[in-house]
Design a protein around this ligand. Structure first.
Ligand SMILES: Nc1ncnc2c1ncn2[C@@H]1O[C@H](COP(=O)(O)OP(=O)(O)OP(=O)(O)O)[C@@H](O)[C@H]1O
Length: 312
């Protein structure tokens, strides 16, 4: 059965992966990705991201649970799924003596209905490197070559395993723009990343993996909701914590003092920040080093990495 646009392009139900020796790297995860969505799998080293993506790519058979990509089992029905999917692995591993153009041509020969290789190279900004040998490319350029090869077949679904690792800030931004453009054209994208700002800025929905399980999932806003925001500053000379307005009345739910540095946690950021600033203005003092931060994915991620249930 093929999917239509109302169905989930990727469906994962209670998925498990066990390696030889009995280690369970993926311990029953469930999520789905709709057509034209960017979905990011985040997680600490060893959380199980690559192990999961490899199951979605049909590179291994799950130890339990179910995977469907475009309505098919990617392992059992590889020939139905593979032509419609683009894959960018963590390690490309191309023959390093070939040039960029030769590599793309060779790859295109293995892809049915491939777009012209010059077009795929242009998409990732590698046109000018077409004549350069792969071994002479920088790490970031190699990642971009990986991505262009994944795009050769004009895939409906793209699996990108850490697509921007090794890229500089500009290369990363260019890749994000390209991924957004592909999404806007209807491509479904599942990516793994270590970069929280990548997940926050690029993904429509995310899942944070921890120890082979999903610890949090939803839109970036949903995942960070309920996490406290933070305010930090230096106490003015001669002032003590008790000289501040009562913290409870400012909506502060926790605090710590480290020398003269005060750190506050609040779920009412505007109220707490306003109360503090009004107090400082009236007292004619400066809150040096004032830093006001909304709840972020980083906060959520670190909280999970420090073990769920630990207050942050
Ligand atoms: N072939 C294997 N045999 C045994 N254990 C493995 C094998 N491959 C991976 N693992 C283990 O499975 C766990 C998950 O690994 P995986 O590569 O999926 O994590 P990851 O989230 O992608 O990590 P990273 O961010 O470091 O790439 C790790 O503890 C890893 O050591």
């Amino acid at each position: 059965m093929d999917t239509n646009e109302h169905e989930h392009v990727i469906e994962v139900t209670d998925l498990r992966r066990v390696y030889g020796g009995g280690f369970e790297a993926v311990r029953g995860i469930t999520f789905s990705v709709g057509r034209g969505e960017i979905f990011a799998l985040l997680g600490t080293n060893g959380a199980g991201k690559t192990s999961t993506v490899e199951l979605l790519e049909g590179l291994a058979r799950p130890a339990g649970g179910r995977v469907r990509v475009l309505g098919h089992d990617p392992y059992e029905e590889r020939t139905a799924v593979r032509p419609r999917v683009g894959v960018m692995l963590q390690e490309g591993g191309f023959p390093s003596e070939l040039t960029v153009a030769e590599t793309a041509r060779m790859w295109a020969g293995c892809v049915s209905g491939a777009r012209p290789e010059q077009e795929a190279l242009a998409l990732v900004g590698l046109t000018e490197k077409a004549g350069v040998r792969v071994k002479q490319l920088s790490g970031g350029e190699r990642r971009r070559l990986d991505l262009s090869l994944a795009l050769l077949g004009e895939p409906e679904v793209l699996f990108l395993d850490e697509p921007t690792t090794g890229l500089d800030a500009e290369g990363r931004r260019d890749t994000w723009e390209l991924v957004r453009a592909l999404r806007d054209g209807g491509t479904t994208v599942l990516l793994t990343t270590h970069y929280l700002e990548e997940a926050e800025g690029l993904a429509d929905r995310i899942a944070i993996l921890h120890d082979g399980r999903i610890a949090a999932a939803g839109t970036p806003a949903e995942v960070t909701a309920g996490r406290p925001s933070r305010i930090s500053f230096r106490l003015p000379d001669g002032y003590l914590l008790g000289d501040l307005p009562p913290l409870g009345e400012l909506g502060v739910c926790g605090h710590e003092v480290d020398g003269e540095v005060v750190r506050l946690r609040t779920r009412e950021l505007q109220r707490a920040a306003t109360g503090l600033l009004v107090w400082a203005e009236e007292a004619r003092v400066e809150l040096r080093g004032l830093d006001v931060r909304s709840a972020s994915l980083e906060e959520t991620f670190l909280g999970i990495a420090r073990e769920q249930g630990v207050a942050v």
